[in-house]
Design a protein around this ligand. Structure first.
Ligand code: HEC
Ligand code: HEC
Length: 309
């Protein structure tokens, strides 16, 4: 590959890296940041690429083009100089830009001080803080109502207005867990950061039934799946649950701090975990929501956990 092109690619990568370090997650690179920030970063990336492309084109032209025109009278040991006037318009723009660049960095928009996007971010943060403050002490009815309205906008496209999962497109939030999902987890384990500690659940090869002192069997998996899906009631599968699952999930399935989540009912804490980390399972992938305000997380937790009661 041509050296100039290689150098251009290296410069582009370095500048993209610099942009990433400079704006970080505020620019929406980690899935955070709203669309205004994402657009600003996209604009910066496009500018870097266009600039490098144009510069590379001219550098290559300088390398390859042969000069022509009138030679100056002086020559140095046979080396002559062409008489090329600077194009007037070009010179004006060049010096104008030099002055503008100095002004830009020193007085206009010094790095790390004012920027429109920064002002926008400050305003959004101030507004969010005000919003959180205003709704800090909501009663349950208001909290649920707010949760429902956020749900209609953010969640209904996948979960449906009724939160029924629209024929399996997403989880039906009126039940804690569908049979299909439970079986999937017992077979394959789960690693969705549901506890906020990154503690995974082992797959079937890590699940020992202490009643039989053997790995859990297919028949036991079917039985315990039905038992959990049925709200941990009845006798079928109860022995498997007690022998295999209770050690982590507790005898009533309500989970234990830092050990295993509540699989008996949907708690606000669980909804919060799913919103912050997303979730992959038998049904599909649920994206993480990183852009909501504190109050909105709380409201969604209250609303969604009230659905399956
Ligand atoms: C070694 C401890 C342990 C044992 C034993 C265990 N689990 Fe889990 N289970 C976990 C952990 C930890 C998680 C959370 C994993 C994650 O973050 O995705 C989990 C998650 C789950 C989930 C997913 C919950 C959700 O909302 O998606 C289900 C369902 C589940 N377990 C069912 C069972 C059943 C049924 C058994 C018995 C056959 C069992 N577990 C045995 C630790 C355990
Ligand atoms: C892009 C589609 C999509 C959107 C938008 C979405 N979800 Fe989900 N959600 C899913 C899918 C798919 C699952 C099932 C994941 C699995 O297979 O376990 C899920 C699962 C869940 C679960 C876990 C249910 C369980 O018991 O396993 C909760 C809670 C949840 N979503 C809440 C929400 C809330 C609240 C919102 C709105 C802020 C939302 N979801 C937006 C697709 C979506």
């Amino acid at each position: 590959m041509n050296k100039t092109v290689l150098a251009a690619i290296i410069v582009v990568i370095a500048m993209l890296g610099f942009t990433y370090v400079a704006v970080g997650s505020a620019g929406g690179m980690g899935g955070e940041g709203d669309w205004v920030n994402k657009l600003a970063v996209l604009g910066a990336v496009v500018l870097v690429i266009i600039t490098s492309f144009v510069v590379t084109k001219y550098v290559r032209q300088m390398q390859n083009d042969r000069a022509g025109g009138k030679l100056a009278d002086e020559n140095w040991d046979g080396i002559g100089e062409y008489k090329n006037e600077l194009p007037f318009g070009w010179a004006i723009i060049f010096f104008g830009l030099v002055i503008w660049a100095i002004w830009y960095f020193l007085a206009g928009y010094p790095v790390g001080t004012y920027s429109q996007i920064g002002e926008y971010n400050d305003e959004v943060a101030a507004h969010d803080a005000k919003f959180n403050e205003q709704y800090k002490n909501m009663d349950d009815a208001t909290l649920n109502a707010m949760g429902e309205s956020v749900f209609i906008v953010q969640c209904a496209p996948c979960h449906g207005l009724q939160a029924d999962g629209m024929n399996g497109k997403a989880a039906d939030l009126h039940v804690r867990l569908a049979e299909k999902s439970i079986k999937h987890v017992v077979m394959n384990g789960s690693n969705n950061n549901l506890l906020g500690t990154n503690m995974p659940m082992p797959d079937r090869n890590g699940l020992m039934n202490s009643n039989t002192s053997a790995l859990i069997t297919d028949a036991e998996i079917d039985a315990v799946t039905k038992y959990v899906a049925g709200g941990l009631k009845g006798s079928v599968g109860a022995d498997v649950f007690a022998g295999t699952c209770a050690a982590c999930h507790g005898p009533d399935g309500k989970g234990m701090d830092m050990v295993a989540p509540n699989i008996a009912e949907m708690s606000p804490a669980m909804v919060d975990m799913v919103l912050h980390h997303g979730k992959k399972g038998a049904i599909g992938a649920m994206p993480a929501f990183t852009n909501l305000t504190e109050v909105q997380y709380k409201a969604l937790g209250a609303y969604v956990s009230s659905l399956s009661k």
